[in-house]
Design a binder for this molecule. Sequence first.
Ligand SMILES: NC(=O)C1=CN([C@@H]2O[C@H](COP(=O)(O)OP(=O)(O)OC[C@H]3O[C@@H](n4cnc5c(N)ncnc54)[C@H](OP(=O)(O)O)[C@@H]3O)[C@@H](O)[C@H]2O)C=CC1
Ligand SMILES: Cc1cn([C@H]2C[C@H](O)[C@@H](COP(=O)(O)OP(=O)(O)O[C@H]3O[C@@H](C)C(=O)[C@@H](O)[C@H]3O)O2)c(=O)[nH]c1=O
Length: 286
Amino acid sequence: MKHILVTGANGQLGKTFQEIASQYPGYQFTFTDVDELNITDADAVNQYLGAQTFDACINCAAYTAVDKAEADEDNAFLLNFQAPLFLAEACSNQGTQYIHISTDYVFDGKACVPYTEEDDASPSTIYGSSKMRGEAAALSANPSTVVIRTSWLYSKYGVNFVSRMQELMAEKESLSIVFDQVGTPTYALDLAKAILSMLDFKYEKLDEIGGIYHYSNEGVASWYDFAVAIKSLSGSQCKLEPITSEAYPTAAERPSYSVLNKGKIKNVFGLEIPYWKDSLQACIGK
Ligand SMILES: NC(=O)C1=CN([C@@H]2O[C@H](COP(=O)(O)OP(=O)(O)OC[C@H]3O[C@@H](n4cnc5c(N)ncnc54)[C@H](OP(=O)(O)O)[C@@H]3O)[C@@H](O)[C@H]2O)C=CC1
Ligand SMILES: Cc1cn([C@H]2C[C@H](O)[C@@H](COP(=O)(O)OP(=O)(O)O[C@H]3O[C@@H](C)C(=O)[C@@H](O)[C@H]3O)O2)c(=O)[nH]c1=O
């Protein structure tokens, strides 16, 4: 029986792991959030990982408020850079496989073909910079770290673009949504299952293939396209207007293109990835 520690377990990805845990009888899960294990406390992290034997630690905790981070740099870096370093070091000391989640926002968005793991990260936001530093710190302290970059995550838990759109569509007659930022939505349930199948598929060898992997759903969409699909699946009558980013100023400037190339994760782990609209239907239909 493999023992998996999930940190940040009350966030949307963490709750998704909680939802599916019973479908994986080969794994024993320990779920922690800040009250049980504050990952910004190095001593607490060392003690927690030293007190029990974990085969893997999946870190779902992060500072994810992209606009707020612009004026809250210290806290964003504490959670997204320092804390992953503490976890990666503690995992290395204990022989625990560290799985770290990162983001498409490490890219500046100037590309026009999907980003591979070899492409240079050059974030334009504090959130993206803090996540980029976190990836690098974890990999340098513990080269067997598996970093999974994902994008536009949604689920039935917490606040995300899908829940926000559904709420706004119910309140307003019309919404304006940017169409010049393009990426790929990712259903947290698909990501969680992919991570568990990675642990299962080549678990014995996982520590030999540390590095960065890209995972999102298949396909490409703008936020406007995403909103149109949410509207259609939710049966909303709200009018949606496509606008440019210039017409929707935000504290953090999002990448205009952040599609991830998933060739590596599919080749190494033999993953089959669902198309984003099918997964959206699976989420909203639930
Ligand atoms: N959301 C998205 O669209 C995307 C997310 N990602 C990445 O995916 C991962 C999961 O994101 P998501 O599930 O959306 O994140 P959430 O923001 O939903 O969840 C993060 C969780 O971490 C908890 N947390 C905060 N501080 C600490 C701490 N010091 N110690 C332990 N736990 C803490 C939060 O608690 P509290 O709420 O009380 O602060 C929350 O429960 C992150 O690494 C994120 O960067 C990547 C791409 C897209
Ligand atoms: C609510 C709203 C947003 N938007 C725009 C703003 C922004 O450019 C885009 C997305 O909005 P959000 O702020 O909801 O999403 P954002 O917080 O940028 O989402 C990001 O979160 C982090 C954690 C990640 O790692 C990324 O992969 C990505 O998922 O939609 C509109 O155009 N109209 C609207 O009414």
